[in-house]
Design a protein around this ligand. Structure first.
Ligand code: NAD
Ligand code: UDP
Length: 316
């Protein structure tokens, strides 16, 4: 019998990484989930730990990649929420750079294909709208978001240099804001903050006046895009935008959450964080053309599933 294909998922106990692990197991692969539980949770992977094809290693991507063969390495190891990645900015930059290099070295030695979870943050506070992959971005190198934005930019650079220098097969996805069930309620990102506070009758905090925009992608749509990219021909390296082009102001998001939860919560205004992008919307023409991918789940439908999940979670 041929050996099972082995996939390492760094950051596999996180919101998105745990979904990647689930789907890989469903495909019949052997999965090694490597996570230091910085922002991930054992609860996200508890349902997989009894599976003989699933192994969890609690460790840092920078130093704890397992020995032995690997066919795929999925690199999702990095805190994604602004308060979390800004809590240890030096660590965030180094996770992205040193962690990425460790993944690429492992791939160089084993011949594994690498998936890199890059981000729309590489576009910074964009002057081009919607954002297309050829736009090079407007990122502050010195602001409080730079540890994440510049870390992810450097990680992309490492991917392309390892591909050119060592022939490593790379797949770079630029992910736009993604939400859904299993987000950590205390994660600090806008969708979980708004849903949790609306359900608890607490005020929704609008940073700035709430006219900044974001485009919200439901998690299952995104993960479908991940797998289409990872399984695409080798010449499709990315970077490729994955996100939902539906664009909403943050106030509109809050109003939708209030109406869908029937909450009596009110908005309160808070200062706009430094360097917070004023608008963000993916141009997904490339993903449509090369991967035949586009999101299917509307914000209303995705929020309804997310609200249902948080109602159960908060009651538990
Ligand atoms: P998350 O915080 O839930 O997941 C990140 C995971 O990485 C966590 O389980 C965390 O414990 C783990 N981790 C962090 N540092 C690590 C380290 N040094 N070694 C090993 N594990 C480590 O966030 P998420 O939303 O699931 O995001 C996953 C990836 O996708 C991240 O790389 C993020 O930058 C990227 N991304 C996410 C979004 C989004 O909207 N969710 C948008 C753009 C990019
Ligand atoms: N935001 C907000 N209230 C919150 C959390 C976030 O108004 O409780 C705003 C934030 O300033 C940003 C947008 O919502 O303009 C999206 O924030 P998030 O942290 O989810 O993601 P990112 O800024 O990384 O896109």
């Amino acid at each position: 019998m041929p050996a099972k294909s082995i996939a390492i998922v760094a950051g596999g106990a996180g919101f998105l990484g745990s979904l990647v692990c689930e789907r890989l197991l469903g495909e019949g692969r052997s999965v090694v989930c490597l996570d230091n539980l910085l922002t991930g949770r054992v609860a996200n992977i508890a349902h997989m730990t009894g599976n003989p094809d699933f192994r969890f290693i609690e460790g840092d991507v920078r130093s704890a990649l397992p020995d032995g063969p690997a066919d795929e390495i999925w690199n999702l190891a990095c805190p994604a929420s602004p308060p979390q990645y800004q809590a240890d900015p030096i660590g965030t930059m180094l996770i992205n750079v040193v962690g990425m290099q460790a993944v690429l070295e492992k791939a160089r030695v084993t011949g594994a294909r690498v998936f890199q979870a890059s981000t729309s943050e590489v576009y910074g506070d964009p002057e081009v709208h919607p954002q297309i992959e050829s736009y090079r971005g407007a990122v502050s190198t010195i602001g409080p978001r730079a540890c994440y934005d510049e870390g992810k930019r450097a990680a992309e650079t490492l991917c392309f240099d390892y591909a050119r220098m060592h022939g490593v097969s790379i797949k770079v996805a630029r992910i736009f804001n993604t939400y859904g069930p299993c987000m950590d309620p205390m994660d600090g990102r806008v969708v979980s903050n708004f849903v949790v506070n609306a359900l608890r009758g607490l005020p929704l905090q609008l940073y700035g006046d709430g006219v900044q925009t974001r485009s919200f992608c439901y998690r299952d749509d995104l993960v479908e895009g991940f797998f289409r990219l990872m399984r695409s021909p080798a010449e499709v390296t990315g970077p490729i935008n994955l996100g939902n082009p539906g664009e909403f102001t943050i106030r509109e998001l809050g109003e939708l959450v209030l109406s869908m939860t029937g909450s009596k919560s009110v908005f309160v205004n808070k200062p706009m964080p430094v360097d917070d992008p004023k608008m963000r919307q993916p141009d997904i023409s490339l993903a449509r053309e090369l991967l035949g991918w586009e999101p299917k789940i509307s914000l209303r439908e995705g929020l309804s599933r997310t609200i249902e999940h948080f109602i159960e979670r908060l009651a538990a």
